[in-house]
Design a protein around this ligand. Structure first.
Ligand SMILES: [Zn+2]
Length: 307
């Protein structure tokens, strides 16, 4: 199969290992960051196309990063689907894996796991984490005004307790200003949108929020395009960067776009159903409509920004 990515099986010249910043592209560095936990859908395609359009228009650098930390949900056919989908959409990227082999050998998040763990250790040393063995459901059911989110916030459960997750202790009234590329600063009350997020999951793996933040930092990402449903993650990661003193993250500009809904009017999920890109390819559908939607949205965003 012909890959659209210009990166070969190893990082391109001038690029440090795993895509850390070593180029001199004048525009922003953006990333396409799919998770191989199912077949991609039209909403994913819209996000990839919009990211590509914005980065290219601004003369920036596009990275493909496959969020493969959660190996339990990952399947080889989902990884292959990412590359087939990007090819179908005609998206080329400047850095990142050219295929499943390069992902495994060079670009997998598993290779950056020590960096995620280092961030977790730093947070723990700063007293920002606590261990908790509550279920998310029980915490939500017990929630009431004036009551701590979780009784473990006091730190009474050892970090090595069996089945414990590590949560971030978010101070009450933590207000985060998200720098929206198209709208300017937007204030978010972190505790109301993402109370004490899990940063290390039960099996000891670093969670999504830590991995995503560390990757964006090491890869010099400064334009993050994601669905509006991930606004709480943007707030969480901005807060984490502040606690860790990673000031470079304060330069990140975000685009949070609306979501595309399925034919049944529901939010799309990764499946092999009719809304999957796989099914669209199999019925010889054309991605022109998706491309036109992304072009239109990109122009709206660029106009709002003043480009
Ligand atoms: Zn708890």
């Amino acid at each position: 199969m012909v890959r659209k990515g210009r990166a070969g099986s190893s990082p391109a010249p001038g690029t440090a290992v795993n895509g850390s910043r070593a180029d001199a592209a004048p525009g922003p560095r953006g990333r396409i960051a799919p998770t191989p936990s199912g077949y991609l859908h039209a909403g994913n395609a819209f996000n990839f196309l919009l990211t590509e359009r914005l980065v290219r228009h601004l003369g920036g650098h596009l990275l493909l990063r496959i969020d493969d930390l959660d190996v339990g949900r990952m399947r080889p056919e989902f990884v292959e689907d990412i590359f087939r989908s990007l090819e179908w959409l005609g998206i080329a990227w400047d850095d990142g894996p050219s295929g499943p082999d390069a992902l495994e050998r060079v670009w997998s998040q598993r290779h950056r796991s020590p960096q995620y763990r280092k961030c977790l250790s730093e947070l723990r040393e700063r007293g920002a984490l606590y261990a908790c063995d509550h279920s998310r459901t029980s915490l939500l059911e017990d929630r009431s005004p004036g009551k701590p989110y979780c009784a473990h916030r006091s730190g009474d459960l050892p970090f090595d307790a069996p089945g414990a997750v590590w949560r971030l202790r978010v101070p009450e009234d933590t207000r985060i200003v998200i720098q929206q590329f198209d709208k300017g600063g937007e204030e978010v009350d972190l505790m109301s949108v993402m109370p004490d997020p899990v940063l290390r999951v039960r099996d000891g793996r670093p969670g999504y929020q830590i991995a995503s933040l560390c990757d964006d930092l090491v890869q010099g990402i400064d334009l993050i395009v994601r669905g509006a449903d991930l606004l709480p993650s943007s707030a969480c990661q901005t807060h984490l960067a502040r606690v860790l003193g990673r000031t470079a993250f304060m330069d990140v500009r975000f685009v949070h776009h609306g979501l595309i809904f399925g034919q049944d009017g529901l939010k799309l999920s990764k499946s092999a159903g009719a809304d999957s890109l796989k099914a669209m390819r199999e019925r010889n559908a054309d991605p022109t409509v998706l491309k036109a939607m992304a072009d239109k949205k990109a122009m709206e965003i660029l106009e709002a920004h003043g480009d």
